[in-house]
Design a protein around this ligand. Structure first.
Ligand code: HEC
Length: 80
């Protein structure tokens, strides 16, 4: 059976998030329940703020906007 390329790309891009966000660390916000648009806005805001201090600012600088959209759609849809 052929792989669904777009789904597996989104799933792969999103897999790196769970190590922090689903690790049960109280210092890291729970991102489940964010809508796709709210997630995309949050990720874009980190990326745009290139002098931002958090790990998220550094991480998001490495993603293209289509990648952020794919991550937001994938994880946001899971939270519904
Ligand atoms: C190295 C650990 C780490 C990784 C990996 C990580 N995050 Fe984060 N994330 C954080 C921390 C810490 C914060 C809180 C930063 C702050 O104070 O703004 C955060 C904040 C966020 C927020 C804002 C939540 C809110 O309610 O304000 C979103 C959305 C988010 N991360 C999504 C993601 C996604 C999507 C990925 C994967 C592409 C990811 N994160 C990968 C540590 C991580």
């Amino acid at each position: 059976m052929p792989l669904d390329a777009s789904l597996s790309t989104a799933a792969l891009l999103s897999a790196s998030c769970s190590g922090c966000h689903l690790a049960g660390n109280a210092a890291i916000p729970d991102i489940r329940g964010l809508s796709p648009d709210a997630m995309f806005t949050a990720l874009s805001d980190y990326k745009i703020d290139t002098d931002g201090p958090t790990i998220m600012h550094r991480l998001m600088a490495g993603y293209s906007d289509p990648e952020l959209r794919a991550i937001a759609d994938y994880l946001g849809a899971q939270g519904e």
